[in-house]
Design a protein around this ligand. Sequence first.
Ligand code: FES
Length: 162
Amino acid sequence: MLDEELRGSLTRKIAGIEHPRELVVDVMFALQEHYGYLSDEAVREAAELLDMSPLEVDEIATFYTFVYREPVGKYVIHVCDSVICWMGGYESLRDHLCRKLGIRLGETTADGLFTLLPVCCIGYCDRAPAMLVNRQVYGCLTPAKIDEIVAKLKDSAHMSGE
Ligand code: FES
């Protein structure tokens, strides 16, 4: 359930504009930040705040790559599968990531650390193949570089007690 502080701040923000639905993306991200993903409950709450139907919110949510309608890991890896990255070895890097994490595209590791998702071109073609981790971009990927990135993320998670 939405806490009163967040509800209050969103309500004030929404009250300040003429067409509340213009804030649908902001509200979805705020609720996603709160819940960890945009749960069904969050969709209903966003709809109520914005005077929209849950279906309308859901339709917009599913359009956005960075809005998650299912639980995701602490680190969401979006691996680019568009043409330049494809030519730069996307398939073998994707397979390497899957093996390394022990999951398939669309899945989350059992420890809740990593979710692996495909994404369309992220505008880093000059440093393809590329991927995002929690929206931070990494380019010129190789299996060794991926191993290094994953190891650092695991270390950082362990240091923060996860
Ligand atoms: S095709 Fe992968 S970053 Fe553009």
